[in-house]
Design a protein around this ligand. Sequence first.
Ligand code: 5RP
Length: 243
Amino acid sequence: MQNHKLTKRQIENVKKAAALAACEMIEPDSVIGLGSGSTMMHLAEEIGRRNKNGHNISVVPTSYEMMLMAKMYNIPLLIINNVTSLPLAIDGADEIDPEGNAIKGKGGAQTCEKIVASLAEQYVLIADQTKLVDRLGKNMPVPVEVLPAAMGLVRRRLESFDCEVTIRLGTGKVGPVITDYGNMILDLRFAGIDDCMMLDRRLNDIPGVVGHGLFTGIVDKAIAGFIENGKTKTKILKFKPTK
Ligand code: 5RP
């Protein structure tokens, strides 16, 4: 897989290719977890198209964004609290390392995405080739969703983590981003993450952290879209999750 720079249009094409390849894993008459982000929008569109042809696929959305997309494509929706397990959840990613650890949450939906991932027997990430990295955290921040009342405590704890900590600010509104669950986000910028599992646990241990975008040991597969010799292709990467 050549990792040369892709144009915006090429990136969109390879995202769509990954989404279409993932759609082949969805059984008719099944319920799947629907992650968030622009790559997932291609998947929602394709599910809508398949449902028009009688596939009867329902989804558990991971954000308002995907709930609205599902409604737009007339895809039946299930509420996360009413679901005890899912055969499959498909999601986007911001970075994926060779072991299948990932950073997610550029769109701020990391907490619900992780809940849905944890309900799924099979958790599959879809991404364009630029998301495949040797080491997590060199280019993308790790988002930490924080209960507003705990912002002071969490921020002070995170300042000892050898990273730059910033409050994620909104666009279209002044002040911080407020998540679908009414929380705020602190973005952690590292020079690179040495031990993802350890960082995952350390973040979980801070009181007031509602969730975070480091996903370790739960990804079964990633489908990466890429361009080779001018052709759009996909590749499936298989991992050994520890869940
Ligand atoms: C949202 C996410 C997205 O899945 C991730 O940011 C990838 O988004 P995109 O497909 O737009 O690149 O984690 O919380």
